[in-house]
Design a binder for this molecule. Structure first.
Ligand code: ADP
Ligand code: NI
Length: 217
């Protein structure tokens, strides 16, 4: 199989795996991350094969959806091994998957490759802006979380354990993660796009709080 065929086969596999998700991690999230990563990859001159495989496989072993609660990329590695991908490419893709997730406001980002920076930025761009707002509430519903609880203020988590165990209202997630992403982007392409998407979230939160208190009535 050539690289293009491997990418297509991986996309078809992931499409099947994520088809029924309603937590904001459906196939179309993967699709947007994949397409955005390709565009940034062309600008940043990174290895497109690694970027595309990592983008397509990045949520397969997500800690939020497996019993172990960590991101050891067991399923991604098994998939790549089944396609006889060379070990150095498999290793690069698995390292990206292990480090891609946000793990708390005070937890250091361990991503260490240009390809990883690009995929992480594409994943984070899909967490903000209009789509980011929609995904946050989809996830909150999936986890039975309240929309907003004025009695529970946001927390700046200093460890992954704290972040992982948090069960707070969806509005808190904006302060605990989504509004912080703009300043955490790695590539200049993503930094530029994030500015505009960040503004949309600020406007949304402002209007949400106005409506909550009936200030516009
Ligand atoms: P990451 O691996 O960085 O968490 P994902 O692709 O898995 O990135 O998607 C994260 C998205 O899941 C968030 O942007 C948000 O939409 C949703 N999400 C995760 N945790 C929460 C939460 N506590 N409250 C609301 N949404 C959440
Ligand atoms: Ni993702």
């Amino acid at each position: 199989m050539n690289q293009q065929e491997i990418i297509q086969k991986t996309a078809d596999y992931i499409k099947g795996e994520f088809a029924d998700d309603s937590s904001g991690h459906d196939w179309w999230h993967i699709y947007r991350v994949w397409k955005n990563a390709i565009t940034t990859c062309e600008r940043e001159k990174a290895d497109s094969f690694i970027v595309q495989l990592a983008a397509l496989l990045h949520d397969l072993d997500d800690w939020k959806f497996n019993a172990s609660g960590d991101e050891t990329p067991l399923r991604a590695k098994a998939w790549l091994d089944s396609l006889s991908i060379d070990p150095s490419t498999t290793d690069a893709v698995c390292r990206i998957i292990m480090h891609i997730s946000y793990k708390g406001a005070g937890v250091q980002n361990k991503m260490d490759s240009l390809e990883g920076f690009i995929v992480q930025d594409a994943d984070r761009l899909d967490a903000i802006g209009a789509i980011g707002i929609a995904r946050a509430f989809a996830y909150g519903g999936y986890k039975n979380r309240p929309l907003y609880d004025p009695a529970s203020p946001p927390q700046m988590h200093q460890t992954f354990e704290q972040y992982k165990n948090s069960k707070s209202a969806t509005i808190n997630h904006f302060y605990e993660k989504l509004l912080l992403l703009k300043d955490m982007m790695n590539t200049s392409t993503a930094k530029r796009i994030a500015e505009q998407r960040h503004e949309i979230m600020l406007q949304f939160l402002d209007q949400f709080m106005n409506e909550w208190e009936g200030k516009d009535v």
